[in-house]
Design a protein around this ligand. Structure first.
Ligand code: ZN
Length: 164
């Protein structure tokens, strides 16, 4: 009967005969937009042609506790910190697999270009999400829970901490 009461309170979940406490978390989410070009190296379809997207990055940070101001993290600080990095490295740039010598040579021949190289990885939404997760984690550590990259309004990829 105790189990039933706990379940009604939403504090525990029952897994077979094992009762596990359910962790409660706060979650902050901010969105950042950036424009970038890319192509998927050696991909036979449309994505193998150089093209661009207006990407939307969603950053999700979670914590069991709040800081003295009552935040997981100040939205303003998060948007400024990560937004600056994205603007500097990705916005109006080309995201390239560093093995894409053909496109790399073409872009370097231009008077102006901005290039961001992934080490032997294609610039898919998955890889971009993973990379941005690393960038945000360097700034905010274990608060980072999930990074989602929308490549178009109807599809995204995300990289996340599986323990959440
Ligand atoms: Zn694309």
């Amino acid at each position: 009967m105790k189990h039933r009461v706990d379940l009604e309170l939403g504090q525990h979940r029952r897994l077979g005969n094992h009762i596990e406490q359910v962790k409660k978390l706060f979650l902050d989410r901010v969105e950042l937009l950036f424009d970038a070009g890319h192509r998927i190296l050696d991909y036979p379809g449309n994505c193998g042609v150089p093209h661009g997207h207006t990407y939307k990055a969603e950053l999700m940070l979670s914590s069991q506790a709040l800081d003295d101001m009552g935040f997981v993290l100040d939205f303003t600080e998060l948007k400024a910190g990560v937004g600056n990095w994205v603007n500097e490295h990705w916005d109006h740039g080309f995201l390239l697999n560093d093995r894409d010598q053909e496109l790399l040579t073409a872009l370097k021949s231009l008077k102006r270009s901005k290039i961001f190289l992934f080490n032997n990885e294609n610039p898919t939404a998955e890889v971009i999400a993973k990379h941005l997760f690393g960038v945000v984690s360097q700034q905010y550590g274990s608060l980072v829970s999930r990074v989602r990259i929308w490549e178009s309004p109807n599809q995204y990829a995300e990289y996340f901490k599986a323990s959440d």
